[in-house]
Design a protein around this ligand. Structure first.
Ligand code: GLP
Length: 263
């Protein structure tokens, strides 16, 4: 794993947008794993900017989102499908047929989870998975005690997650109690991963996920098992990391990061 610390959330997000842009240029039919949450909003606006001003081409790109709520009305403004349309899909030249999210209204949710895994497999597997970090330490909706080998499945949300995410709902009582999420095992099978984390509120959980023991109580700690994972964070979220100086040194000195310095 590598940790890249940028001074601000703006700069951290810009670095991730450029990393994704580079991958997409190198492989136009990239299979891109997507995440939701407030952190990603700035990143997606930058990806839109790269499309509009630099012509970044999404026409062959295939996307798979990490998760979706169960049981929201099809036209709900709170669904992750709606979030993705609003922040990314409607503003770039992605073919809607190439954008995939689990269907939280499928009549048979277990069959839907199997179908989702098969669709990922048929597309050749995820090349690059984007991850956020929940305050409870989850990736996707892999709540505490999610097995590190878990696959896409329906998951009951913890009270902490419900409290955190229901703030987005006009009536917090409308927040679903269940979601479909890629499993930790599914996520770890992606060829490359980038986790983007910003803000002081994430400092404690980021330190646990990155430098603490690997545990299913904090499913984000499983990223330590992945052979090609980069965590990109602002100074605020990085403030509790013990090896901060080392991470800075690597960014400033390793040739791999030269193109991202000073911008
Ligand atoms: C939700 C998503 C997670 C995401 C998290 C972080 O819970 N299911 O995939 O990592 O939000 O959200 P935020 O960026 O708003 O803190």
């Amino acid at each position: 794993m590598q940790v890249i610390i940028r001074p601000t959330a703006e700069e951290a997000s810009w670095l991730v947008a450029r990393m994704i842009g580079k991958c997409l240029k190198a492989k136009p039919d990239l299979v891109l794993g997507l995440a939701t949450g407030q952190t990603m909003e700035r990143l997606y606006s930058m990806m839109v900017k790269l499309h509009l001003s630099d012509g970044l081409d999404f026409s062959l790109c295939r996307t798979f989102n990490l998760d979706e709520y169960v049981g929201l009305p099809a036209d709900s403004p709170y669904s992750y499908r709606h979030y993705m349309k609003t922040h990314l899909f409607d503003h770039v030249n992605l073919d809607p047929r190439n954008t995939h999210l689990p269907d939280g209204n499928a009549p048979d949710l277990s069959a839907e989870c199997v179908r989702y895994e098969e669709t990922i497999k048929r597309s050749g597997g995820i090349d690059l998975q984007l991850l956020g970090l929940g305050k409870v330490g989850h990736i996707g909706f892999n709540e505490p005690l999610s097995a590190l080998y878990s696959r896409t499945r329906e998951k009951a949300l913890t009270p902490a997650t419900i409290a955190e995410n229901s703030r987005m709902f006009k009536d917090p009582a409308d927040m679903p109690r269940r979601a479909i999420t890629m499993g930790v095992g599914t996520i770890l099978e992606s060829r490359e991963m980038i986790m983007l984390v910003n803000g002081t509120a994430k400092a404690d959980i980021l330190a646990k996920a990155v430098e603490g023991p690997i545990t299913s109580m904090i499913t984000a700690s499983a990223i330590q098992l992945h052979p090609d994972c980069v965590v990109v964070t602002d100074e605020e979220a990085a403030s509790k990391l013990q090896a901060r100086e080392y991470y800075h040194w690597v960014f400033e000195n390793e040739p791999e990061w030269a193109e991202y310095r000073g911008k």
